[in-house]
Design a protein around this ligand. Structure first.
Ligand SMILES: *Cc1c(COP(=O)(O)O)cnc(C)c1O
Length: 405
């Protein structure tokens, strides 16, 4: 079971200051200690529980203000937000979209949902984000310009867009990526599911591309249980997104639909939770950063461990605190450490299998994705709930120390 989806009766035991259940230290669980109850009660008391209601509007407006963009459309999940983004960006079947290979699987799936094909891009070895230099090399060396677009020499397909995935709480180096997109007339759809609150050169992740997608799944920095959002500065894209996520209904009374739409609406109850969560996001980020600082102090000097670093020009949220284990220097592999920590009731988790190696996407092109494969072998995410106590964190650090050579 995903720890983030545990029923709230169990979560109550993980409130700040409360002892964790039988010494179990979870990876990352939701923090519910703001106005969630009050706002949800209001929904229930007034009967506004479903897909219309003031909290959906409020949540969208607050997200606009927070990330400093013009339009937000709430969706049922981050994956639904990404699918919606592909549709409103008008990505066509048989077009290609460049996407980070070291990512949760959603963005690649969303590319396939519209019949387009992912081209997987490597991670940089220092900050683990999409390697923009390799993207540039791919676009200049592996593609050729024709009058109606940029085409992949190998497959003959048109390149339509780039999906930089901001992973773990850091940001992709966006400025050179935006330059490339301009030069080749490509759209940028940011996957900011893990990047809410991350800033790059004082701009929010998710507001720099044509479209930005967010997630409020249980394990994200704020949660609505499940949910997502599509953000954009373009009013046409925003209204199109609203339209297709609400079944493309053309008439407020008659059941007349202009095209095939989707039921991707977030409910008012979920949005109420989201508003309460967003109110506390900045304090959550400060806590995550403090947790990261303590891990760095405790782990940095251990041979064979590389700690997670804040990328240049970035305010990292350290959403998911991650280290790399060099098996030769440390003595055991990341997976061995994962197992040993598990036996001590400390929940850690590996990084994602690079998507070009996934059975789901093995048929599609990958461009020199060696760093991502190494990061997958060496990466290990450590407990980093907002409610993680200093005592529990010391236990994690000491257990890891105890495993080193
Ligand atoms: C969580 C996540 C998603 C998907 O969000 P859901 O709300 O779970 O559908 C997409 N991309 C990345 C990088 C994620 O981490």
């Amino acid at each position: 079971m995903n720890i983030a989806e545990k029923p709230s009766a169990t979560l109550a035991q993980h409130e700040p200051g409360a002892p964790t259940q039988e010494g179990f230290i979870p990876l990352s669980i939701p923090e519910i200690n703001g106005n969630e109850w009050q706002y949800v009660k209001e929904c229930l008391d007034t009967g506004w529980v479903s897909s219309v209601g003031s909290y959906v509007d409020r949540f969208e407006k607050m997200m606009c203000e927070y990330v400093n963009t013009s339009h937000m459309v709430a969706t049922t999940s981050g994956t639904a937000a990404l699918h919606t983004a592909m549709l409103v960006a008008n990505i066509q079947p048989n077009e290609e979209v460049l996407v980070s290979t070291l990512s949760f699987i959603s963005p690649a799936n969303a590319i396939r949902y519209v019949g387009a094909y992912p081209v997987f891009m490597d991670s940089d070895s220092t900050f683990w984000q999409m390697d923009v230099k390799k993207v540039e090399r791919f676009l200049t060396q592996e593609c050729h310009q024709e009058k109606n677009g940029l085409f992949n020499k190998k497959t003959g397909r048109r390149i339509a867009a780039i999906v930089p995935v901001h992973i773990l709480g850091n940001a992709v180096d966006m400025d050179p990526l935006i330059e490339l997109a301009k030069m080749y007339d490509l759209k940028i759809i940011e996957d900011a599911a893990e990047g809410l609150g991350v800033k790059y050169k004082n701009r929010h992740v998710g507001e720099m591309g044509d479209i930005g997608c967010f997630s409020f799944n249980g394990n994200k920095i704020i949660t609505t249980g499940g949910g997502g959002m599509v953000g954009t500065r373009n009013p046409h894209i925003a209204s199109k997104a609203k339209y297709i996520t609400t079944q493309a209904k053309d008439d407020p009374i008659e059941f007349i639909h202009g095209e095939i739409g989707y039921n991707y609406r977030l409910t008012n109850v979920q949005a109420a939770i989201g508003v309460a969560q967003l109110e506390l996001l900045e304090s959550y980020i400060q806590t995550k950063r403090a947790i990261a600082k303590r891990y760095e102090e405790g782990l940095n000097s251990i041979p064979g461990i590389t700690v997670m670093k804040e990328a240049p020009h970035t305010r990292c949220t350290f959403w998911m605190y991650t280290i790399l284990i060099d098996e030769k220097q440390f003595g055991i592999s990341s997976r061995e450490l994962l197992r040993i920590l598990g036996n001590k009731k400390i929940q850690a988790r590996p990084l994602w299998q690079p998507l070009h190696l996934s059975k789901a996407h093995a048929d599609y092109e990958a461009y020199e994705c060696h760093n991502a494969e190494k990061l997958n072998r060496q990466g290990l995410s450590l407990p980093c709930s907002i409610s993680l106590s200093l005592k529990d964190q010391e236990r994690v650090i000491n257990e890891i120390r105890g495993c080193s050579l």
